[in-house]
Design a protein around this ligand. Sequence first.
Ligand code: ACO
Length: 325
Amino acid sequence: MNNVGIVGLGHYLPKRRLTNLDLEKMVKTSDEWITTRTGIKERRIAEKGEKNSDMAVKAAREAIKNARLDPERLELIIVATISPDSSFPSLACLVQKAIHARKAAAFDVSAACSGFLYALTTAKQFIQTGLYKNALVIASEKITSYVDWNDRNTCILFGDGAGACVLAPVRKDRGILSEYLHAQGHFGDLMMVVAGEREPLDQKTKTILLPHIAMQGQELFRVAVHSMAEAVEIAVHKAGLKLSDIDCVVPHQANDRIITAVARQLEIPKDKIFVNIDKYGNMSAASIAVALYEAVKEKRIQKGDIVALVTFGAGLVSAANVVRW
Ligand code: ACO
């Protein structure tokens, strides 16, 4: 069985910034409320006409370049997303076409904010068993297209973006050491996409019928803390390690208070937890992928470090991976 590791990372963030001050002009909220309750200061919004696939392709190109991989030799593409351009073709097929990865199999994974880790673990199996030699895993979301810009409970939380990585066999003592995937469908109604009247961004005079996010924030908060802490504990145990062995935790960025509560529950110092929610908000599946990219770039993760990736999302689905970098 091959050991499988991340050999190249990429990301893409739309240029348009929506700050808390911008939101103050749209709904009854304040920078102070959003900052203290969530840790978010601003988020990125896809430009008009910018599709999710455009973002996914840009993140993919950077990851492939960093992995020094010829797209012609790519064997598998998995995209984690809950906001594809359309139901079909899959985002993975759109990426395959754009990057000329003619030999690659391609499909999407739908696991909300846990999508990146679900896709990572899925791709890992193909390489571990020797079926494929490499894989490109992308997490890309234009999640703000599901936001009701009239609903202050949810519109402050989300942003758009994409992250990507290339997986390949690595040395025996490196790579993805363990994985944990979990689902609690009975919590599905805590966060759903519902059809109803909502106001699109930039068209304040017109309310139209569109699918949008409906969320029970407080209950979700409680379940998220428990699910993420449990996922880390299980994945660390499966890797044969202790919580104190972890050098860096890269958690899903849904709310800084959730991240703090998870750190407290696991008794992991907050300075070992990578947080970038202030800049991007919750980018669903893309959050961890972008955070991992930035943590490596900022040298918060160094060669040989033990890294825990952990997430929860609508479904409710949670997941964790332990990686030796
Ligand atoms: N600005 C000002 N006031 C607000 C806002 C806002 N943007 N939103 C809600 N309020 C008000 C509420 O109406 C309420 O007022 P009331 O007391 O008069 O009724 C008050 O603030 C407190 O509201 P709570 O819901 O209790 O606020 P809470 O501290 O729970 O924070 C939040 C809300 C930020 C949504 C929090 O519950 C949370 O982060 N939950 C988890 C959300 C999450 O993780 N979602 C995504 C997960 S799944 C995925 O990632 C795809």
